[in-house]
Design a protein around this ligand. Structure first.
Ligand SMILES: Nc1ncnc2c1ncn2[C@@H]1O[C@H](COP(=O)(O)OP(=O)(O)OP(=O)(O)O)[C@@H](O)[C@H]1O
Length: 265
């Protein structure tokens, strides 16, 4: 189980003049600090898929980066399987599979070599790496390109190899930042099926997305954040019940905006 409680993160603004017009008007800008995440809480049980939703700039990536131990929170707690990961981030990292926004593949290496490199970093034996890579290659439909240099990959191929790389060590929890962004319909389905497989294996999955159809297809739970604060955190059924006819309207309601208000703006 993953449990995060009242997570907070601020960044020092080095040059306020360089902020976007939107960020300058954002209530999260206080003096020299931008409070990207102010109070985010949610839980995800084993075998559940949680969809993290929110408008652009809401704080989803910042939240997921804290959850992955890439960023240290300023406040709040993160528990995985009952253990406080902030007390021992190095140990916790071994239990987490994290797909970040950028692919981070080494272009001169093949997909297989990239994946193996991360397997070795996680202390896996060669035999274990070979076996697990074969399994992931089948699940993510990568056989046809896995031995090519990754700099020649399409967006979809890169994303599949990056996902495989992030889960080579069979992590106990999986965190995916916008895993289907930029993918075609077939690659998207492969990734969604892969998430379904993780759920079947009882692994909790948290993923951020802007696609409500994916949420409807996959998610047991939904968390919506806006301006760094959790606005909704409940089951998918409860999210849907916000507006039985339209998930878009349900989303707008969760952040306190009805369709009418949005069209008036
Ligand atoms: N290192 C940083 N320094 C200053 N501000 C930052 C930093 N990282 C993020 N922010 C700001 O924090 C806010 C939240 O960013 P974040 O990337 O977490 O949002 P998001 O919900 O993932 O957005 P999107 O849907 O557009 O990917 C944004 O306004 C962003 O400009």
């Amino acid at each position: 189980m993953i449990e995060i409680h009242k997570l907070a993160k601020k960044f020092k603004v080095e040059n306020p003049k360089k902020l976007s017009e939107q960020d300058k008007k954002d209530p999260r800008l206080q003096g020299r600090f931008f409070h990207s995440v102010r109070e985010v809480s949610f839980t995800c049980q084993n075998g559940e898929v949680l969809g993290l939703l929110g408008p652009n700039g809401a704080g989803k990536t910042t939240t997921l980066r804290m959850l992955s131990t890439a960023l240290q929170p300023d406040g709040g707690s993160i528990n995985i399987g009952g253990a406080d990961i902030l007390k021992n981030p190095v140990e916790a990292r071994k239990q987490i599979g994290f797909l970040s926004g950028g692919t981070g593949l080494y272009g001169r290496l093949s997909g297989r070599e990239n994946i193996a490199y991360f397997g070795r970093l996680n202390g896996m034996s060669n035999d274990a790496i070979i076996k697990r890579t074969a399994e992931l290659s089948e699940r993510l439909d990568m056989d046809s390109f896995l031995d090519r240099r990754s700099e020649t990959y399409s967006t979809g191929m890169k994303q599949k190899a990056s996902i495989a790389r992030s889960v080579i060590h069979s992590p106990k929890v999986v965190i995916l930042d916008e895993p289907t962004t930029g993918l075609d319909i077939m690659a998207t389905q492969t990734v969604l099926n892969f998430i379904r497989d993780l759920k079947r294996d009882n692994v909790p999955v948290i993923f951020s997305t802007h696609h409500l159809d994916e949420v409807s297809e996959l998610c047991d739970r939904v968390t919506v954040i806006d301006k760094g604060i959790t606005m909704f955190n409940d089951t998918f059924d409860a999210f849907k019940a916000l507006d039985e006819e339209s998930l878009h309207e349900a989303f707008l309601r969760s952040i306190g905006k009805s369709k009418q208000q949005t069209t008036e703006q």
